[in-house]
Write a protein that binds this ligand. Structure first.
Ligand code: FES
Length: 63
């Protein structure tokens, strides 16, 4: 998935927006990304992609 691709189709949120939020706010958990961006808060189908974005940036994901 590229930065310009839509990660969360429910809310039209791109992977880049999620990545920027993770980096800027030093997010560690899926729930923190949900609170910050609202991605993953509607149908939940993109939660796996949020997890992968966290893992790519931080090397791991906190529970
Ligand atoms: S695709 Fe992200 S909540 Fe539905």
């Amino acid at each position: 998935m590229e930065r310009n691709d839509i990660l969360c189709t429910c809310l039209d949120i791109t992977k880049g927006e999620v990545e920027d939020a993770i980096k800027k706010k030093n997010l560690k958990k899926v729930s923190e990304v949900q609170d910050e961006t609202e991605a993953g808060t509607i149908c939940g189908a993109c939660v796996d992609d949020i997890y992968l974005a966290l893992e790519e940036i931080n090397g791991n994901v906190e529970d």
